[in-house]
Design a binder for this molecule. Structure first.
Ligand code: ADP
Ligand code: MG
Length: 231
């Protein structure tokens, strides 16, 4: 079993933090943004300078899953002053919106270049077991519910079909000058997750939202993994 899953269980938690979730994705072979925990404002500055600007700061708390809602995400930070201010703003907002949440600090991440936003999710159906979901990010999933589903294990054909059958597929092909996404790489991602879910019954849910898809690859920008209670 993955060390991250073991350690989360040991600490009697079921929800992995973004940092832990991204470590797990790396183990599965999925590219993520660089990410490092900073426990203080000074540490956030040091890590940002080492990582290289622009960076993103996000609240790191096992109790906060919807980080933007808590005012816990600041993107496009270009200087050390930006990082200082973002750190303070995040802490002020989070303490107000989520009083009592355990705060580990912030995660410092490189700022991913814009791409076509997609999401991949995994939930468990009482009858069919693990099911994967694929869709475009933003309004496509929130308003239009434009997503596709397949039961694990996925064949390559399943992965191809579930990408092609969403209504927004045209955007992935490159629409009105937008960069096309590398569909083959998205298929690989789905297949890697399917394989991993088959051999990891401890995982109850997975939500990678968003993934930025590019012509030459894709990167997971946010991730959340939930373990089974009795895992
Ligand atoms: P939430 O917990 O609210 O879902 P996210 O981590 O998804 O927080 O961040 C919110 C949004 O900020 C993302 O949808 C994405 O557009 C942007 N974002 C977050 N992290 C990065 C990053 N490392 N690089 C570029 N954009 C990012
Ligand atoms: Mg998100």
């Amino acid at each position: 079993m993955s060390r991250i899953i073991e350690e989360t269980k040991k600490s009697k938690r079921t929800v992995l933090t973004e940092i832990e979730s991204k470590q797990l994705l790396k183990e599965i072979g999925i590219k993520t943004t660089e990410i490092e925990l900073a426990a203080s404002e000074n540490e956030a500055i040091t890590i940002s300078q080492k990582m290289g600007f622009p960076v993103v700061l996000k609240i790191a708390s096992p109790d906060i899953s919807h980080k933007s809602d808590a005012g816990g995400v600041k993107v496009g930070l270009k200087t050390k002053e930006d990082v200082s201010k973002a750190y303070k703003d995040i802490m002020t907002s989070v303490k107000q919106k989520c009083p009592g949440a355990k705060i580990e600090g912030v995660s410092v991440q490189n700022m991913a270049k814009p791409g076509t936003e997609v999401i991949i999710g995994m939930t468990k159906d009482p009858q069919f077991g693990p099911v994967l979901m694929f869709g475009l990010g933003g309004v496509w999933v929130e308003v239009l519910k434009d997503v596709s589903f397949r039961i694990v294990p996925l064949t390559r054909r399943d992965a191809q079909e579930m990408i092609k059958e969403i209504k927004g597929y045209k955007l992935l092909e490159g629409f009105r000058g937008s960069e096309p996404a590398n569909i083959g790489m998205l298929e690989e991602m789905l297949l890697k997750i399917s394989d991993y879910m088959e051999k990891t019954p401890e995982i109850k849910e997975m939500d990678i939202n968003p993934i930025f898809a590019y012509k030459d690859g894709a990167v997971a920008v946010d991730a959340r993994v939930v373990l089974e209670n009795d895992a």
